[in-house]
Design a protein around this ligand. Structure first.
Ligand code: SF4
Ligand code: SF4
Length: 136
């Protein structure tokens, strides 16, 4: 009877002096694993425009069907997204969009702190996806 009690107390005592495994979030932040799939962002060119060529592959592959794209065409025949939106509340963060993108335009960041009260903030427009790149 007394031996299990002593064992239990010793275990408690050893934990008392061991390094804590918890962190004091949000003052302390955990570094996510490099392949963590957080909120999306758009890669941009030197003019600050998205490098998306509006091929539509991400739209076709997205299992949640949460990407919408309106395709535009320049005079030189190159394509660009007039509008591009990801509904981040329907997204399942599978990463297919970034995997299929032929120009690596759409990427997923390690940002795990994208939180808002307003649902509208979870509609990631082209402009918002460009601005999110700065917060990566
Ligand atoms: S990560 Fe989200 S937006 Fe991208 S393909 Fe998966 S469900 Fe669709
Ligand atoms: S983000 Fe990539 S896959 Fe999606 S339409 Fe643009 S170029 Fe194509």
């Amino acid at each position: 009877m007394i031996i299990p009690l002593v064992k239990g107390l010793l275990l408690t005592l050893s934990r008392f002096f061991s390094k804590p495994i918890t962190i004091q979030y949000p003052e302390e932040k955990r570094t996510p694993y490099p392949t963590w799939r957080g909120i999306h962002y758009f890669m941009t060119n030197e003019k600050g425009e998205t490098i998306c060529v509006a091929c539509g592959l991400c739209v076709a592959y997205c299992p949640s069907q949460c990407i919408t794209l309106e395709i535009g065409e320049r005079e030189d025949g190159s394509r660009y997204p007039i509008t591009y939106e990801i509904d981040a509340l329907r997204c399942i963060y599978c990463g297919f969009c970034q995997e299929v993108c032929p120009v690596n335009a759409i990427r997923m960041s390690t940002n795990y702190e994208y939180v808002h009260y307003d649902k509208a903030n979870f509609i990631l427009t082209k402009e918002k996806l460009i601005s999110l790149k700065e917060k990566v």
